[in-house]
Design a protein around this ligand. Structure first.
Ligand code: PGA
Length: 254
């Protein structure tokens, strides 16, 4: 199947130049498995992207945390996909729940962004996930399927897409999904891709988990057959991010 383990660090709206330099130094000194075992991508705020890109070790890559839904122009405060391409930023995170919920980005808007970013040549970490209310109502799979369906309707090539399952109730709360809960949703998502996109896309698309991932819980999660990596928030600002990257070894030995 060849789904290379993927570890993304989402720095969110955090950091000063000094703090960013410190995080980069820690990452640059970290001993991690080679690039054929794990793909590492860190996502600083827009303003720090050039600094991180030039100072970060070459085997780690950078992602923007968002981009505009279409070609740039009169859209005050936005950053276009073309600008990211111009700066050789290879990845972008789209549809993070903080944007879906706080900035009211709809499934369709997120899907349009994914399609536009891919068309410009960016690789996309597309985020999906249910709220606590939706989980308690038993609609987790329906919600993530609907979010994925909106994206699937607008793209035809999944090669450059990583799907990040991030239950909203687990993000920044310290309440991580159990390995069984994560595996169940990842399995259902893969099944959905198989039935609605293609068996090839289902087999090759990486589905990563996000939500309170730490050095302490990553190995057990990584051992789940349909968990292909992580999107890490809080812990990606700390030295333990290196240990999370190392959890890729669990797959290598599997
Ligand atoms: P967290 O965030 O690891 O701090 O829960 C994950 C994310 O929002 O991507």
């Amino acid at each position: 199947m060849g789904r290379k383990f993927f570890v993304g660090g989402n720095w969110k709206c955090n950091g000063t130049t000094e703090e960013v330099n410190k995080i980069v130094s820690t990452l640059n000194a970290g001993e991690v498995p080679s690039q054929d075992v794990v793909e590492v991508v860190v996502s600083p705020p827009f303003v720090f992207l050039p600094l991180v890109k030039t100072s970060l070790r070459p085997d780690f890559h950078v992602a923007a945390q968002n981009c505009w839904v279409k070609k740039g122009g009169a859209f005050t405060g936005e950053v276009s996909a073309e600008m990211l391409v111009n700066l050789s930023i290879p990845w972008v995170i789209i549809g993070h729940s903080e944007r879906r919920l706080i900035l009211k980005e709809s499934n369709e808007f997120v899907a349009d962004k994914v399609a536009y970013a891919l068309a410009q040549g960016l690789k996309v970490i597309a985020c999906i996930g249910e709220t606590l209310e939706q989980r308690e109502a038993g609609s987790t799979v329906a919600v993530v399927a609907e979010q994925t369906k909106a994206i699937a309707a607008k793209i035809s090539n999944w090669t450059d897409v990583v799907l990040a399952y991030e239950p909203v109730w687990a993000i920044g709360t310290g309440k991580v999904a159990t390995p069984a809960q994560a595996q169940e949703v990842h399995f259902e998502l893969r099944k959905w891709l198989q039935a609605n996109v293609s068996p090839e896309v289902a087999a090759s698309t990486r589905i990563i988990y996000g939500g309170s991932v730490t050095a302490a819980n990553c190995k057990e999660l990584a051992a789940q057959p349909d968990v292909d990596g992580f999107l890490v928030g809080g812990a990606s600002l700390k030295p333990e991010f290196i240990d999370i990257i190392k959890s890729a070894e669990v797959k290598k030995n599997a």
